[in-house]
Write a protein that binds this ligand. Structure first.
Ligand SMILES: Cc1ncc(COP(=O)(O)O)c(C=O)c1O
Length: 398
């Protein structure tokens, strides 16, 4: 027998061998197979705003060569101005801003830069699924603490449970607010309680704030980096994807102290050195324009309408939505439909109803997976007519 090389069981390195295909790839494929409405993966199905596309066209004839490791100065300056306005503290575009390939690379690179093998990283469940993967690739150890819905359907972090997973080995907490998939927006008071534990235990915070412009009912986003004693230990990540409906651009950033910026850039220089130049410049234009053109208010109003519509549609279909405070996702309690678990409910939905939702147990550790058994995540970053068709299919399915 001729020997195959490399032998199949040696192809994957240990750090990736345990990974399966992401839940989004699997359910988007099922959506295509069943011609179902895809309320699974969180990408807008509508065009970005016109001023954003004008900015992109402006850059197509412009500079096309390598950018700097930290990112194009114009984008770093636009970001520094925006954060200075929002945070009321100066941000240095030269030493405190790093442009990344979406927030996803920011998450990966931050964890690779700061986590040594054996270091513990606390993740709240349900989590965005790139967090545990990035920790695993760094050789770190995930410690999990679930967010739980209270009797009114608002998600909260039990502080005793949180304290119980923090130990002398804890190096980092990953905090996502507004939170995917729960839609929770942590209040200043909640963040202060979390910050106190982090300071007391010398824990770094990776603050994933990609939905920082998507809050409803007049809520204001609060960044944990702005609390006393937190700037030095927080890496704040965001990106243009959700805010400007350009998830394919993959332009993100990390805002943090010069020391942590330096650590982050040490690794990044060997990963991709720099990020797509015209897209950085177009992102800078979009961010600068949005400081004065009222876009952020329009965005929130439009998404609030979509949220309210989908929440009502889910209720009409006999599901119990937990009202999201931000993001473009809603989690619904599916118990009344009588399925055994989230996987069987979502499978029924795609094959028999023609709507895709994501089974959230993928966003929990094995020991807490049961908490998701009667939940499903629906995305409402879709055209009104698509949401209307999904609503009609769900209503008729009951
Ligand atoms: C919580 C969270 N973080 C990060 C990302 C990835 O952001 P980007 O597309 O900028 O890489 C997503 C995308 O869905 C997300 O939901």
């Amino acid at each position: 027998m001729p020997q195959t090389f490399p032998s199949p069981h040696k192809i994957k390195a240990e750090r990736v061998a345990g990974f399966g295909t992401t839940v989004f790839t699997v359910w988007s494929q099922l959506a295509r197979e069943h011609q179902a409405i895809n309320l699974g993966q969180g990408f807008p199905d509508f065009a970005p705003p016109a001023f954003v596309m004008v900015g992109l066209k402006n850059q197509l004839d412009g500079y096309q060569q390598y950018s700097f490791l930290a990112g194009m100065p114009t984008l770093r300056e636009a970001l520094a101005e925006q954060y200075q306005r929002d945070w009321g503290r100066a941000v240095d575009p030269a030493t405190e801003v790093t442009v990344t390939v979406g927030a996803t690379e920011g998450i990966y690179a931050t964890i690779q830069a700061l986590i040594d093998p054996g270091d513990e990283v606390v993740l709240m469940e349900p989590f965005y699924d790139s967090y545990p993967a990035s920790v695993t690739m760094a050789g770190g150890v995930c410690r999990y603490v679930p967010l739980r819905p209270d009797d009114e359907g608002s998600w909260y972090l039990d502080m005793d449970e949180f304290r119980s997973v923090v130990s002398p080995n804890t190096r980092m907490l990953v905090l996502n607010t507004p939170n995917n998939p729960t839609g929770k927006c942590f209040t200043r008071e909640e963040l202060q309680a979390i910050a106190d534990v982090c300071i007391e235990n010398d824990v770094l915070v990776l603050a994933d704030e990609v939905y920082d412009h998507l809050l409803f009912d007049g809520r204001e986003h609060c960044s944990i980096a702005t609390l006393d004693g937190m700037w030095e230990r927080t890496i704040t990540l965001s990106s243009v994807g959700k805010t400007f409906s350009v998830t394919g651009w993959k332009i993100g950033w990390a805002i943090t102290s010069p020391a942590l910026t330096d650590a982050l850039q040490m690794g990044l220089q060997w990963v991709r050195f720099s990020v797509a130049t015209p897209l950085q410049l177009a992102s800078a234009e979009a961010i600068q324009a949005s400081a004065t053109n009222g876009y952020y208010d329009e965005l929130t109003a439009s998404y609030q309408g979509k949220r309210d519509f989908l929440v009502d549609a889910l209720k009409a279909a006999g599901l119990r939505p937990l009202i999201p405070e931000g993001t473009y996702f809603v989690i619904a309690d599916t118990s009344d439909w009588g399925f055994e678990n989230d996987e069987s409910f979502c499978r029924h939905l795609v094959t028999e109803v023609g709507v895709v939702a994501i089974p959230p147990s993928h966003f929990y550790s094995p020991e807490h997976r049961h908490l998701a058994h009667h939940l499903a995540r629906f995305a409402f970053c879709k055209k009104d007519e698509v949401l209307e068709e999904a609503a009609s299919r769900l209503r008729n399915a009951r």
